[in-house]
Design a protein. Sequence first.
Length: 317
Amino acid sequence: MSGVDHLQELLGLPAVDFRPDDSAAPLPAADAAAWRVSVDPYEDEDGPWDERFDEFLEAVDPARVRALIIGQWGESYDADSSYPIDLVIAAADRLTSLEAIFVGDVSQEQAEISWIEQSDVTGLLSAFPRLLELGVRGGQGLSFPPARHDRLRSLVFESGGLPAAVVRGITESELPSLDHLDLWLGVSEYGGDTEIADLAPLLSGTRFPGLRHLGLRNSEIQNEIAAAVASAPVVARLDTLDLSNGTLGDEGAAALLEGQPLTHLEHLDLHHHFLSQEMEQRVAGALEPHGVSVDLSDRLEPWDNRGAEGRYTAVAE
């Protein structure tokens, strides 16, 4: 299974690691970077995350910071994400221009995605009314009770197992400006217990009237999702649909082709899939002549010739 790497950008700004000891490298302007604040628990010179964050607030004009990436805040088992989140919320009166936050930018080399200890992240929505983008990596301990935010445009959850309670909290939230929703649903072994019924309010099109991008990805029930999407009213308003990184096979792709027209889409992402070459050709032939960009890269074979039981998601542990 492929892992996850560090973010390269956030809010369209390049990700820059804040390193207070790197005096040889001049800092970019506060509003010209997505600042990643992290510590390495195995580096003797790295102190606790709260000290690194204080150094960041002193070195960079916090009133001009537009994007903040919370990286590794210590050993995954020492503290959950409420530790850095509470510190960021406490600095809200200084971070007055903040428009994007990503919580848990931890690479696979640092910790498996399932080891990242998350928490209730909705306090960030309350603390930062200007927020446009919120991203979270890791599903362990993650909570997202129904929330309201008038400006949020993008919501991303990267997980090897996204709890159904989180999905329900999202679909019950009031997010009138949301146009980009990306959910890595994962596998049951790592807490991904979402069922099609949990997605029903989202698929019905009654939630998030401005939605233009929908990702329901990295799922062990990708064929069921494809079948549900095939008749989902929400699809008619989308520009991009992402069903990648999961266990999609010919049966799911056939359901998509037999359902509502998808020729209005700008992009359909199915990469990391288990389609036959014949089905790949059918999908491409049905959509690409209409101007739909279709990503069918990374065709895989099931493990040990076990058929559907041998299919696997891109990210789990």
